[in-house]
Write a protein that binds this ligand. Structure first.
Ligand code: IMP
Length: 192
């Protein structure tokens, strides 16, 4: 069984990735706490590549990284790669997006999730980007999920991310879409 390092210090993200990758014969491990990779990329995919590649080189093992966030059309793509840094708390970040959007009628947005898998030498073996289109409500709806979930309405499902069950979100979210896209290639990859 091959060990793949998940390029995150967040145990919640490790648990989530384990869910998506459980069909593979991999042992997933958190990156060592002393490895810090600065997210200096201008795009989600740049950050995912950077994190996977740096962690792989420093550990000498395969590494997988994801980078995700919300992109609002009328805000020129903001908060984008700054999604996690757009305020001090989830409530702060949501309020900032709602304030910046004001009464703008075009409320189209998308969640994006980029994933990259790096070989031990730091070269990228596979990458993908999953996108979930939706729109920003004028106030939050629903109590589940995290982050911007309450204000992100998925038109095709008629509910916000915060109103979805865990299974629904896993299926329809940007992260679910990205892993679906990547899965056939991950299965075909021989990393033993
Ligand atoms: P990161 O990929 O861990 O850097 O997360 C980026 C940020 O994007 C998170 O802190 C959240 O604010 C936001 N985000 C990413 N995915 C989701 C989601 O599924 N729901 C709500 N917010 C999300």
């Amino acid at each position: 069984m091959t060990t793949v390092i998940v390029a995150t210090g967040n145990p919640g993200k490790l648990a989530e990735l384990k869910d998506y990758l459980q069909v593979l014969d991999w042992t997933l491990a958190l990156k060592p706490a002393d490895i810090e990779v600065e997210e200096t990329g201008k795009t989600f995919i740049e950050n995912a590549r950077l994190k996977a590649s740096e962690v792989a080189k420093l550990t000498g093992k395969w590494a997988i990284a994801d980078d995700s966030g919300l992109s609002v059309l009328a805000l020129g793509g903001a908060p984008g790669v700054y999604s996690a840094r757009y305020g001090d708390s989830d409530a702060d970040r949501i309020n900032r997006v709602l304030k910046e959007l004001g009464d703008e009628r075009d409320r189209r947005a998308e969640f994006v999730c980029a994933i990259a898998l790096s070989r031990p030498d730091g070269t990228i073996a596979l990458e993908t980007e999953g996108r979930c289109p939706g729109s920003i409500l004028t106030e939050g709806q629903g109590a589940g999920g995290f982050g911007y979930d309450p204000i992100f309405y998925v038109t095709t499902q008629g509910k916000t991310f915060a109103e979805m069950t865990h299974t629904e979100k896993e299926r329809y979210s940007h992260r679910g879409i990205a892993f679906d896209q990547l899965m056939p290639q991950l299965k075909a990859l021989d990393i033993g």
